[in-house]
Design a protein around this ligand. Structure first.
Ligand SMILES: Nc1ncnc2c1ncn2[C@@H]1O[C@H](COP(=O)(O)OP(=O)(O)O)[C@@H](O)[C@H]1O
Ligand SMILES: [Mg+2]
Length: 150
């Protein structure tokens, strides 16, 4: 994951440029990546955003899977997903209860794991993270191709 430290989109953007599309609370459970993908689809459709969502689906899956797999909560905390639109960018924010940040791993050809961060990097227009009082937020901007009416 990029070492750049991001801030909440709500704080860093000019007023009126970032629109919150939706927010979802998820358990540390195997079904959460799938629920997150369904949520993204519904959130975009509800706003009439007619876009290619393959890259977004992959990013959401990798981020939520990482929180489920690696961010072990000591309390009954939840994962929180927030989705923003800034023009042609969709920002995915995933908050979890672990202050440790994603760390790229050196992978050998037959390793089954450790590629998620590289996949995200290739799909991201921008990415970063910041720690907060309860853990951290990892965020990724994905450039979506909007539909014909855009
Ligand atoms: N949300 C997270 N919280 C804590 N550590 C994380 C998180 N996401 C990723 N990591 C760390 O970064 C490593 C690399 O992540 P990734 O490239 O997705 O590989 P994988 O998930 O297959 O191990 C993980 O093995 C883990 O140690
Ligand atoms: Mg992973």
């Amino acid at each position: 994951m990029s070492p750049s430290v991001g801030r909440s989109l709500a704080r860093e953007s000019e007023p009126g440029t970032a629109e919150l599309l939706g927010s979802l609370t998820l358990d540390y459970a195997p079904r959460s990546p799938s629920l997150a993908r369904q949520f993204v689809k519904i959130a975009l459709t509800a706003r009439g955003i007619n876009a290619e969502t393959e890259a977004l689906d992959v990013v959401v899956s990798e981020l939520v899977t990482n929180s489920v797999m690696h961010a072990r909560p000591v309390t009954s905390a939840s994962i929180r997903l927030r989705l923003w639109q800034v023009r042609h960018l969709i920002r995915v924010e995933v908050y979890d209860a672990d202050p440790r940040i994603p760390m790229p791993r050196k992978t050998k050809p037959d390793d089954e794991r450790g590629r998620g961060i590289y996949i995200i990097r290739d799909l991201a227009a921008n990415q970063g993270f910041y720690r907060n009082r309860t853990g951290k937020c990892v965020w990724v901007d994905v450039n979506i191709r909007l539909g014909k009416e855009e």
